[in-house]
Ligand binder design. Structure first.
Ligand code: TXE
Length: 663
């Protein structure tokens, strides 16, 4: 060693004593260099997930696994088992990694899980480091791949271990002191509670804090139930026509205030203003108008029971019902639930997603302004804990949830305690089948709409695009050409076609899915990267990604990504396409593109999905039922079918003769 270093053996012996001493000194210097690099990355990380990534990135950085550094680290680990001194240093280094991981995890997972996850992630880091360092031919891109694999693994673990867990509310954005503080909407007015915990709703395109909101706890839930109880009595006594007239006014106000509400929705969700101006508010108004029209026609039936009796049924409201919303279409979801519920004479307590609570509160104000009696529509901001209180409340007779499958299962299980009815609108991994005779331009349009509208954050998206092998080249060529022109940018700019994803955590999840797709061997034809140019780095933008060369077992083909990621697959026969399209636990939607009408209907009839399209995709008129098969949900929203889910039937037997009694 002295010879290699160009110094005398005496000098080496003087400073380090023996070989172990020299190794220990070098090990300490390597370990402290690594720990400085990790600390720098940790300082730059703004969120708990980014801190977790900082630890991974530092440990799997190319400079930690190039051939020279790798060889030195390996020499230490080889020697450590023979030397207590080396073992001590190694343990200090391992404890530091674990403690950094544990610290980042305390805000991402339940405390009981943080320790276990930290150990697993540390082991994955070590394993990936070893495999990469020992690879036959090493290049810095191997380190990138290792980091992506670790990130994907971490996201899967987090998703599994946080199932059912309401994150501690740690606002990613500090609340400015001048910021608006918004309270629950109960009994026709804001119901502030100075003692409530708050959370911040932020603009995912800029990070700007929009408002701080009070989390509704037990007291607010009880107040909302009391208000709903008295409001519902007044509301149910009105005729359907009267209720319809008021709901129609709500629709009118929504339309009058379309642009203002669309802008608020864009700020809260990151979706482009060119979408929210024409879809989000309009679809909510359409729904209110449709059910306003039906309200007067909600009737029972009369049943002929012969000359001695007659029967009739009354269709009555359930009483107090609750809606729990997701973050992708906040105002639309609130309207889709409130309109049929109110048309039937129920009172509703609505809990918007904690990520996008602002437009539902506006809807509360608008309902009151339109003449909906106090207490008939209440809005409780909050997270899963507020949702849990609603699901458990014995006075609430029904829950309608739009959200993820794990939350759906939890809500259904909790609702069983009080035998509530449930409607669940959950996720999907829907297929689009493009046959060889399809109009290619239309099929490409459908695939683009069904994957990239709202940055792919749509439950019914057709993320598995099955294309007949004979037209694959033509289809891909046009698909890529048109995808590359999609304008990603500031959501408030009318020219922007794709805005931001909802949050940093969600963006990381989407990027991890993309990395896993690459690692699994699918070909990423375009996009799939974070977009940071022109100030977009303050938000969470990802360019539209298209994967080709996918197989049915790839995770990007099996799991819901909820981002701008399309997987293209090829098929040879109709039977094969149908079988593969159905080979999923989900069943929300499906699309078929063909000019052959007989085939279109034949194929649609065999697809296991609740909402289907022929020669278009993702159009959801209020007049048609919307909902899923299999794990995608229960019940239907929109159309007359929704009335069944918000009403109950009373049967009445009317005797027309004397009562015959044998005793
Ligand atoms: O859904 P969650 P998130 C999918 C999509 C997305 C994932 C997570 O894959 O990445 O779901 O989205 C409330 N009791 N979809 O986090 O967690 C919660 O506060 C009662 C598909 O938004 O399911 C929120 O208001 N309520 C979906 C709502 O449930 C609870 C659209 C949904 O939250 C609760 C959005 C509990 N225990 C995301 N826990 C679609 N169908 O389109 C949470 N909530």
């Amino acid at each position: 060693m002295a010879k290699q270093a160009g110094v005398s053996t005496g000098l080496v012996a003087h400073y380090f004593g023996d070989k172990d001493g020299l190794l220990e000194a070098t090990l300490r210097s390597l370990a402290s260099r690594l720990s400085r690099a990790a600390a720098a990355r940790l300082r730059a990380a703004a969120t708990p997930r980014a801190r977790l990534q900082a630890v991974i990135d530092a440990n799997l950085a190319p400079e930690e696994m190039d051939q020279r550094t790798g060889a030195v680290w390996l020499a230490f680990w080889g020697q450590a088992i023979h030397s207590d001194r080396l073992l001590r240093v190694q343990r200090i280094y391992q404890r530091r990694v674990l403690s950094n991981l544990r610290h980042a995890l305390t805000l991402l997972a339940p405390s009981s899980e943080a320790e276990r996850l930290a150990i697993i992630i540390a082991a994955i880091i070590d394993g990936l480091w070893l495999r990469t360092t020992l690879a036959a031919s090493w290049s810095p891109s191997d380190a990138d791949a290792a980091r992506r694999i670790a990130a994907g693994f971490v996201d899967t673990q987090l998703a599994a271990s946080t199932e059912g867990y309401a994150m501690p509310m740690s606002p990613p954005v500090p609340a400015a002191s001048s910021q608006r503080r918004l309270a629950a909407w109960i009994g026709g007015r804001a119901a502030p509670d100075a003692t409530a915990e708050t959370f911040v709703s932020a603009n995912p395109a800029t990070g700007e804090a929009l408002a701080s909101l009070e989390i509704a706890g037990i007291a607010q839930v009880e107040a909302a139930v009391a208000a709903a109880r008295s409001g519902q009595k007044v509301w149910a006594r009105m005729t359907g026509m009267e209720r319809g007239r008021i709901l129609r006014r709500v629709a009118d106000i929504l339309r009058q205030r379309n642009d203002e509400l669309a802008e608020l929705e864009t700020r809260d969700t990151g979706k482009p203003i060119q979408e929210t101006r024409v879809v989000d508010v309009v679809s909510g108004a359409d729904c209110l108008e449709y059910f306003a029209g039906l309200a007067g026609g909600i009737t029972g039936e009369s049943v002929d029971l012969g000359p001695a009796a007659m029967g009739y049924t009354r269709r009555e409201p359930l009483g107090i019902v609750a809606g729990i919303g997701a973050w992708n279409y906040p105002l639309q979801i609130a309207c889709w639930k409130a309109a049929p519920a109110l048309a039937c004479g129920n009172a509703m307590i609505f809990k918007p997603s904690e990520l996008t609570p602002l437009t539902a509160l506006k809807l509360g104000e608008i309902m009151t302004a339109a003449g909906v009696p106090d207490g008939v529509f209440n809005v409780l901001p909050g997270d899963g804990r507020t949702g849990g209180l609603l699901t458990a409340h014995p006075a609430i007779r029904k829950i309608s949830l739009t959200g993820s499958v794990p939350t759906g299962k939890r809500v259904m299980a909790a609702a069983a305690e009080t035998l509530k009815q449930v409607t669940l609108e959950l996720g999907g991994k829907s297929p689009i089948l493009v046959f060889e005779d399809a109009d290619i331009e239309n099929a490409v349009s459908g695939a683009l709409l069904g994957n990239f509208y709202s940055a792919g954050e749509v439950c019914s998206n057709g993320t598995r695009v099955f294309v007949d092998r004979s037209i694959r080249e033509r289809f891909l060529e046009r698909l890529l050409e048109r995808t590359r022109k999609i304008v990603v940018g500031d959501p408030l700019d009318p020219a922007t076609q794709m805005g931001a994803l909802i949050s940093e955590a969600h963006m990381q999840k989407v990027l991890a899915h993309i990395a896993r797709g690459v690692a699994d061997g699918a070909r990423l034809l375009c996009g799939g990267e974070r977009v940071t140019r022109d100030g977009l780095g303050r938000g969470f933008f990802v360019s539209p990604a298209i994967f080709d060369g996918c197989t049915d077992d790839h995770s990007i083909v099996r799991e819901e990504i909820f981002g701008p990621v399309m997987a293209v697959l090829t098929f040879d026969t109709e039977e094969e396409a149908i079988a593969r399209a159905n080979a999923t636990e989900f069943g929300l939607s499906a699309g078929v593109f063909t000019r052959d009408l007989a085939r279109a209907h034949r194929v649609i009839a065999q697809l296991e999905a609740g909402t289907c399209w022929i020669n278009t995709y993702n159009i959801t008129p209020i007049e048609l039922p919307f909902g899923g098969y299999k794990m995608s949900g229960l019940g239907r929203e929109n159309s007359r079918a929704a009335l069944d889910h918000y009403s109950q039937i009373k049967s009445v037997y009317v005797a027309l003769t004397d009562v015959e009694a044998p005793y």
